[in-house]
Ligand binder design. Structure first.
Ligand SMILES: [Zn+2]
Length: 213
């Protein structure tokens, strides 16, 4: 099993890859985009290696939408990423399921990355404009989010940034960030083209992930 701490956040000089886990995610994405996913099905050798422990390098917080499948998009194998899904890919500190998964991922599994993964054509973002017309449970959940921006695409991206901001307010996330053990990422998957956009905090902008390298 590769040592996930081999290239820790502070020692990794390449800004596109703050750690080995992010390199694996983005390399996996390129396999996915080219239709060349290494994951073919059950592999007895891999299953034997992971049967008694898990060592995921990243946690992905994704929308509930059936068209967005993080394990496929990043071409991961079993044991590589933890995925938490809900409508609007929200980080809601009132949600005990969300918080339990998050705390376990950060403190016990010591994931290197948390990726908030939004997507194009997100119905949950669109519905933020009509909360009063929705069934009570859906309205209550989506009510934790905000439609921010002049366009639908901007609102989708700003929702991802809002969730990253919420992550940064959580004490155990702050601690892992301060220790240089955790990296936060915002990404948006385009359903129609298969392209992936990634937020660059240094430039305060979004860039498409290169599909060739
Ligand atoms: Zn969605």
């Amino acid at each position: 099993m590769p040592d996930k701490n081999r290239n820790c956040y502070n020692n990794y000089m390449e800004p596109n890859y703050p750690n080995e886990g992010m390199r694996q995610l983005l390399d996996g994405y390129r396999h996915f985009f080219k239709g060349n996913s290494p994951r073919k099905g059950f592999c007895a050798l891999h299953a034997e290696q992971i049967a008694h422990t898990q060592n995921p390098h990243s946690m992905v917080i994704s929308c509930f939408d059936s068209r967005v499948c993080p394990e496929a998009i990043f071409a991961t194998n079993d044991g590589h990423i933890c995925v938490h899904r809900n409508m609007l890919n929200q980080v809601d500190t009132r949600d005990v399921s969300m918080m339990a998964s998050l705390q376990f991922a950060v403190e016990s599994l010591r994931v290197q990355n948390i990726v908030v993964l939004g997507h194009s054509n997100c119905n949950a973002v669109a519905k933020l404009k009509m909360l009063d017309k929705l069934p009570a449970a859906i309205s209550a959940w989506l009510g934790g989010g905000k439609y921010r921006g002049d366009s639908y695409e901007q609102a989708i991206k700003n929702n991802v940034l809002d969730q990253l901001a919420r992550l940064r307010e959580i004490a155990f996330v702050q601690q892992a960030l301060a220790q240089g053990k955790l990296n936060l990422e915002g990404m948006v998957f385009h359903i129609d083209t298969g392209r992936l956009e990634r937020f660059d905090a240094r430039q305060n902008g979004w860039n498409f992930v290169e599909t060739e390298e």
